[in-house]
Design a protein around this ligand. Structure first.
Ligand code: HEM
Length: 215
């Protein structure tokens, strides 16, 4: 819990450690995505020059990818409990239409994360695992036979497309659909009104754990 200038309570949504890890994930993913595109296809070759040239990005792309994966693993451990899909998520799925059309009140009794956020998180995590497994075959090509390398290419490209698609949806939802989310991830806190509007069940649980979270 934190205090606003007007004395009302702010609710801590993302402590410092979560924010540092999240923005590490975001920064490393963007680097890996742009350098990956530069290695992938001629229309993106110019990106290689932006990041220091072909040999430089060939060296750093997999190493920064490991930093991305390590940071994602930290979030996975820290948020595993809150990201578990539970029985209440079924109601949310049933009202997905209302969520998309902006009538979030119908489904706003979400826990810390709603089903959409959970689904995206698991898609991002699964594509990260596939990127790692397929990436190893491309990183050390001499250690794998041609069949595995070809499979590696296909899996790497497809999982990269899924990961980039998921990121576009994630940024769109956080920045445009749910005002206040970016502040949650930059400053760490949200108002009780924001929590009530988007994650009422989470707020209720916090209030029963810390009775001072009233306003
Ligand atoms: C690159 C730009 C990115 C931006 C602008 C961004 C923005 C945000 C924002 C605003 C939130 C808070 C949402 C809320 O509490 O309602 C958030 C949460 C989160 N971010 Fe990101 N993010 C970015 C990249 C990433 C990447 C690359 C990943 C993982 C691969 C990721 C994974 C998550 C997860 C799992 C959450 C919590 C659940 C959710 O809100 O979806 N983010 N992000």
């Amino acid at each position: 819990m934190a205090q606003r200038a007007d004395g009302r309570n702010l609710i801590v949504r993302y402590p410092m450690i979560d924010r540092v890890v999240h923005w590490t994930i975001a920064g490393t993913f963007v680097y890996v995505m742009l350098t990956g595109l530069a290695l992938f296809s001629p229309p993106f070759f110019w990106l290689a020059d932006v990041f220091g040239g072909g040999p430089v990005i060939r060296y750093w792309h997999p190493i920064i990818a490991l930093v991305f994966l390590a940071a994602l693993a930290v979030l996975l451990v820290r948020w595993f409990k809150d990201m578990k899909v539970d029985a209440d998520d079924r109601r949310w799925i049933g009202h997905f239409r209302e969520f998309v059309t902006g009538d979030e009140k119908v489904v706003a009794d979400a826990g810390r994360f709603n089903f959409g956020q959970k689904a995206l998180f698991w898609v991002q995590s699964a594509s990260a695992v596939l990127l790692l497994l397929s990436g190893v075959t491309l990183w050390f090509p001499r250690s794998f036979d041609v069949g595995l390398r070809q499979a590696g290419f296909i899996v790497h490209d497809l999982s990269a497309i899924v990961a980039i698609g998921a990121l576009i949806v994630h940024i769109y939802m956080g920045v445009f659909v749910t005002p206040g989310s970016v502040k949650a991830m930059t400053q760490g806190t949200v108002s009780a009104r924001w929590a009530e509007a988007h994650h009422a069940r989470w707020l209720k649980a916090l209030r029963s754990a810390t009775p001072q979270a009233r306003h």
